[in-house]
Design a protein around this ligand. Structure first.
Ligand code: PMP
Length: 367
């Protein structure tokens, strides 16, 4: 109301185009669902986390870092970048860290695209990509997944125009678990113009078992290739928020320049260093997840024969219009999965008992 008492239209203080933007949907809280259903606990298989808790030594390292919480963290992330560089056999100048790899994806778009420039990616893929593109003013060019639910690289190559500045390749792909093989990915990279950045998002790399799926780092000597990784998944640090990328030194330096200052907290840096010292245990846990992934896939194929083979820590149920109802039916049985309306349902691989709970629900709903 103004002082004359007349109603004014609401002031628009933020960009109108944001109204059309989908919200990122975080996995639902299992505690809330358990309360709602009146059961002791619900199972959450919706956010691609690993079920085994932080790696040994992480909690202690974070607690120690917390004692210095009144100080700013190391803005250069020197020790962690050195540890990552050593583990992956690259120069520390080629490494940049961010507040999760999702933040790095955002920084990459900001560092490459001016408003109206094009960002090419396969769809359906990681739900943050359209949000990142829109908030950066870049134009999303979505290339539909192929019939196998994975990237259609020929169509993606054909979608590149003079305005394309960056391409996101998600391998393995979230949420479908599908994967690209070395020969096809190399052929694709050969066709992309040298001045277009290709970001290979390998959030799930540690769960890959097929030797034909290339480690992006073996492709990262190409000047326009960036490999994006995270410590959120296999390394069990989703709550601490650390991701990293490996790129050519000029690209990594540009990203370090645009990164939000101090966004890698002291706790995150210390936790990540402790986790990296536990690579063997990380691999052991991944092997457990992989064995369960194969078991769950086989069981689901009895109901849905075209469940794609997954190389990640989740599986995809291409249920189309039945997806949301399936998700609701699983929730009613105490299991939280991640439906994508009209498309499919992503189910994270958990501990064996959690997967059993999901399979029992799936048996009941899909039978
Ligand atoms: N890339 C992909 C493909 C993902 O699935 C995710 C997490 N869901 C991320 C990046 C971001 O992970 P984080 O920000 O936790 O590193």
């Amino acid at each position: 109301m103004t002082d004359t008492g007349r109603q004014q239209p609401p002031l628009r203080l933020t960009r109108a185009d944001l109204d059309a933007l989908p919200n990122y949907v975080p996995g639902r809280s299992p505690a809330d669902l358990a309360r709602e259903l009146g059961i002791p606990e619900a199972v959450k298989l919706a956010s691609n986390e690993v079920p085994y808790g932080p790696l040994p030594g992480v909690v202690e390292a974070v607690a120690e870092a917390a004692a210095g919480a009144h100080r700013y963290p190391d803005m250069g992330v020197v020790a962690l970048r050195a540890a990552l560089a050593e583990r992956y056999g690259v120069d520390p100048e080629r490494v940049a860290t961010g507040c999760g790899s999702v933040a790095l994806a955002e920084h990459l778009v900001r560092a490459t695209c001016l408003p109206g420039d094009e960002l090419v990616y396969s769809w359906r893929s990681f739900e943050a990509y359209p949000i990142i593109a829109a908030t950066s003013g870049a134009t999303s060019v979505r290339v539909p997944n192929g019939p196998d639910h994975g990237h259609d690289l020929a169509a993606m190559a054909a979608a590149v125009t003079d305005r394309t500045r960056m391409i996101l390749v998600c391998n393995p792909n979230n949420p479908t678990g599908t994967f690209l093989r070395r020969a096809e990915l190399e052929r694709f990279l050969d066709t992309v113009p040298d001045d277009v950045l290709v970001v290979i998002d390998e959030a799930y790399r540690e769960f890959v078992t097929d030797p034909d799926v290339p480690d992006g780092l073996t492709l990262a000597d190409r000047p326009n290739v960036v490999v994006l990784r995270t410590l959120s998944k296999a390394w069990g640090l989703a709550g601490l928020r650390i991701g990293f990328l490996v790129a050519q030194p000029v690209v990594a330096a540009a990203i370090r320049k645009v990164v939000t200052p101090f966004s890698a907290s002291a706790a995150a840096q210390a936790g990540a260093l402790a986790a990296l010292a536990q690579a063997e245990e990380m691999e052991r846990r991944c092997a457990l997840v992989v064995a369960e992934r194969d078991r769950v896939t086989e069981a689901l194929r009895k109901h849905v024969p075209d469940v794609p083979t997954s190389q990640a820590n989740f599986v995809w149920l291409p249920l189309g219009d039945r997806s949301v109802a399936f998700g609701q039916a699983c929730e009613a049985r105490g299991v939280i999965v991640r439906p994508f309306a009209g498309d499919g349902v992503r189910v994270t691989i958990g501990a064996p008992a959690e997967n059993d709970a999901f399979l029992a629900a799936a048996d009941a709903v899909l039978a």
